[in-house]
Design a protein around this ligand. Sequence first.
Ligand SMILES: Cc1cc2nc3c(=O)[nH]c(=O)nc-3n(C[C@H](O)[C@H](O)[C@H](O)COP(=O)(O)O)c2cc1C
Length: 166
Amino acid sequence: MPQKPSSILIYVYSRSGHSRRVAEHLGNYLGVAPFEVTTCRYSWPVLSWITAARDGMRGRAVPLDQSLDLPEGGLVVLVGPVWAGGVGAPLNTLIDALANGEQDVAVLLTCDDPNELTASLHKIAERLRRPLKGKMVLSNGVQDTSEGHERIRAFAEALGVQVTAQ
Ligand SMILES: Cc1cc2nc3c(=O)[nH]c(=O)nc-3n(C[C@H](O)[C@H](O)[C@H](O)COP(=O)(O)O)c2cc1C
């Protein structure tokens, strides 16, 4: 039977709500409330979209509003958006903070284009300097459907964790 890792943390960054909803679903399956990180860098409505796209494309890490208290081991799941073929810049900050650690790290990205992806996931593993324990990309078109819920559940199960909700 799958064992629960000694600690499971879900970190989510969500600019417009998609990743937050996905993280909440995932949290139900893993029995953990997601911890949401924010940044004041993208508060301007139009200009911030351009800034975000540029940051995503350049793989930039940005200051977060929260200080991070990362566990030394266990499982850390990052949930957030694809930005311009890269990942949402706040995720890069989390990845950098985890890069010298020994945690198992899994990533669930949300995006518009379901064909998006492998590139972003590959960049994350490189930046993290170790293979990902789990990875998935979920397009916004399916995230609130039964298929989307099933895929999130399968992602949770593939992490070796006994899921706690239907
Ligand atoms: C600046 C920016 C760049 C984006 N670039 C992409 C992209 O390259 N490919 C894609 O499929 N979706 C892209 N999207 C769409 C988001 O990845 C998608 O809507 C995601 O679910 C948003 O997550 P959130 O609501 O949690 O912020 C982009 C969105 C933004 C704001």
